[in-house]
Design a protein around this ligand. Structure first.
Ligand code: DQA
Length: 178
C-alpha cells in the first residue's frame, strides 16, 4: 500500500501492467482544514490523521474480506483545476470528497463522466440533513455510488464497495429460471 498525501502521483505505467489496483482518494476544497474546521460537523481529526486511519481500516477490512491488493494514493488540493487533472484514466478507481465543489462544479461531473474510471463519492457529513444548498450533488448522477454521514469510515465503506462491485471479477449470478 502506498500513501501519497501531498501530490497525486501521475500514473506513468499503464494500469493493465500493474499487479495492484491503484486507487486515488482525493479530497477537495477546504478539507485540508480538517481538525480545526467546524469540529462539531467534521470532527477533530486532521486530514493526515484521517488518511492514516482510512489506510489502517482498509488493511483490516481487506484482510478479512480477501480483497485484491490495493495501493491507496491520498491527495488534497484547494485548486479546482489541479483536482480535475488528478482524476485521470491511469487510476483503477477513484474515491472523491470534492467538498463544496460537490454542489457547484459541473466541470467535475463532466470529468468523472468522461473518464470511464469507477468513482465513488464520500461526504463526512450527511449533506442531505444539512442546509438545502448542500442537498444537491452535481456528481451524484455520474458516480457509481455515494456514502454520506459516516465520517472517515465512509471512505472505507466506499473503497470496499468500489473494489468489490467494480474492480473484482466475481461469479455472475445464474439467470432466473422463472
Ligand atoms: C463535505 C460536505 C460539503 O457540503 C462541504 O462543502 C464540505 C465537506 C463533507 O465531507 O461532508 O466541504 O463534502
Amino acid at each position: 500500500m502506498v500513501a501519497k498525501s501531498a501530490k497525486a502521483s501521475k500514473g506513468s505505467t499503464k494500469k493493465s501492467k500493474q499487479s495492484s489496483l491503484r486507487i486515488l482518494v482525493a479530497n477537495g476544497v477546504n478539507l485540508d482544514l480538517l481538525g480545526s474546521r467546524e469540529p462539531d460537523v467534521y470532527g477533530t481529526q486532521t486530514l493526515e490523521e484521517m488518511n492514516r486511519e482510512i489506510e489502517a481500516r482498509w488493511s483490516e477490512v481487506a484482510a478479512v474480506s480477501r480483497m485484491p491488493a490495493v495501493e491507496l494514493h491520498f491527495f488534497q488540493t484547494n485548486h479546482e483545476g489541479i483536482f480535475l487533472e488528478a482524476l485521470d484514466a491511469n487510476w483503477d478507481g477513484i474515491v472523491i470528497n470534492p467538498g463544496a465543489w460537490t454542489h457547484t462544479s459541473l466541470a467535475l461531473a463532466d470529468r468523472i463522466k468522461g473518464l470511464n474510471v469507477p468513482c465513488a463519492e464520500v461526504h463526512l457529513s450527511n449533506i442531505f440533513a444539512r442546509e438545502a444548498i448542500r442537498h444537491e450533488s452535481l456528481c451524484s448522477s455520474v458516480v457509481v455510488g455515494l456514502v454520506a454521514g459516516f465520517g472517515a469510515e465512509g471512505y472505507v465503506a466506499a473503497l470496499f464497495s468500489l473494489v468489490s462491485t467494480q474492480l473484482t471479477s466475481r461469479p455472475q449470478p445464474l439467470p432466473s429460471r422463472r
